[in-house]
Design a protein around this ligand. Structure first.
Ligand code: PLP
Length: 396
């Protein structure tokens, strides 16, 4: 594979997502991170983040991918010996538990398997039957990126769990901007997200929103060994619109632009675009005979659309052929690897992109099943002809 001049395949994976050209152009700039130019940039980014997190609390940008923000959340707001309740409904809930165990938390898991998210009634009943004396922290993923489930009852659960005096920590890496999420009105103490998903910005920055006095009080009482992820340090520097250490200044310019676009469109509309586009992709693929991996509409994620592999296709071959057609999609992970593929319905996916995505999936499935000889014939022509290797993503 040469790939010298081959256009980048369409990003229909659950992050990174397609990025508007304006955002890419904004990135070609660096300023001194202890200068007035940077202070302006920092303020704009934080204001934009408060807007998308729906919080009047603090939001700190961190130069690290989403995992860094999850790690910062756990390090700063969980103590050794804390009883931490975690609903488990996919790979990222399990990763969250790994972080929690590393800091010595006593994790209480409530398992929902791989195809449904927690509901308020069920979670409450199961927790009450455990007779826990205390729950110091409730830590959860909001949008499970593998397999593609959303914890829709989180606002109700947060309201109820707070009666235990519990701190609510949420990983919303994969749905912020792509579905409804409100830090303040839902009673969330700390939430994290990152740049490369529904905000349509380049990867490498993540964000931590600290919304309540209770969260800061807890952070004051936690001793952890990290300097880079110390929220107290971040808070001190934020007072002068700076980060403690050299941030990815050029990426912050891109993120400011991406957040500016969301403001221009309006957050409600940005979310509505994701929701309607997700529905269209699901409807189109269902019409073509594909089966969503998550059968329950209420739990199904809108930003990560997972489908069972079409019958008769080899999962590897399926994704490889999609790539030859210029479209990147993802396999599922862990226990459901090879059983479902995942589409990232995130960020700047236009109608042209959706058409390409849907047509490619339907075609590759049809070719494997030989269901539509005319349609198959057309697409086999597209896949067959020779291209100069410099222009081709073809592995030959
Ligand atoms: N949490 C969730 C819910 C995610 O979807 C991801 C990435 O997909 C992460 C955490 C980790 O993010 P990153 O890969 O940016 O470190």
């Amino acid at each position: 594979m040469n790939l010298d001049l081959a256009p980048d395949p369409l990003l229909a994976v659950p992050g990174p997502s397609q990025i508007p050209p304006r955002v890419m152009r904004a990135m070609m700039r660096v300023v001194d991170h202890r200068s007035p130019h940077f202070h302006r940039l920092y303020r704009d980014v934080v204001e934009g983040l408060q807007y998308v997190f729906r919080t009047s609390g603090d939001v700190y940008p961190i130069t690290a991918s989403g995992t860094g923000a999850v790690e910062a959340m756990v390090l700063n707001f969980v103590k050794p010996g804390d009883v931490v309740l975690v609903p488990v409904f996919g790979s990222f809930s399990r990763r969250l538990i790994n972080h929690l165990r590393r800091v010595g938390a006593e994790v209480v898991e409530v398992d929902y398997g791989w195809s449904s998210a927690p509901t308020y009634e069920d979670l409450k009943a199961r927790v009450e039957s455990m007779g826990l004396k205390r729950i110091d922290v409730f830590a959860t993923v909001y949008n499970e990126t593998n397999p593609g489930l959303t914890f829709r009852d989180l606002p109700k659960v947060a309201r109820w769990i707070k009666s235990y005096g519990t701190l609510v920590l949420v990983d919303n890496v994969s749905a912020l901007g792509g579905d409804y999420f409100e830090v303040d009105s839902w009673g969330i103490d700390v939430a994290v997200s990152s740049s490369q998903k529904c905000l349509a910005a380049p990867p490498v920055m993540s964000f931590i929103a600290v919304a309540t006095k209770e969260a800061y009080r807890k952070a004051e009482s936690v001793n952890h060994p990290s300097i880079y992820f110390d929220i107290r340090l971040m808070r001190r520097f934020a007072e002068r619109f700076e980060t403690p250490f050299t941030p990815a200044v050029n990426y912050l310019f891109a993120i400011r632009e991406a957040l500016g676009i969301i403001r221009e469109v309006g957050l409600e509309n940005w979310i509505r675009w994701h929701i309607e586009r997700g529905r269209a992709i699901v409807n189109a693929l269902v019409k073509a005979g594909l089966e969503p991996f998550v059968s329950n509409d209420y739990h199904r994620s809108n930003t990560v659309l997972s489908f069972k592999y079409p019958t008769a296709v080899n999962p590897e071959e399926f994704r490889k052929t999609m790539y030859r057609l210029g479209v990147s999609i993802s396999d599922a992970m862990d226990d459901i690897k090879g059983k479902a593929f995942r589409i990232g319905n995130m960020g700047y996916l236009t109608r042209r992109d959706v058409l390409t995505l849907v047509a490619a999936i339907v075609t590759v499935a049809a070719m494997a099943n030989r269901v539509d000889e005319v349609g198959i014939g057309i697409f086999e022509e597209v896949l067959r002809y020779w291209e100069p290797p410099q222009f081709s993503v073809d592995e030959g």
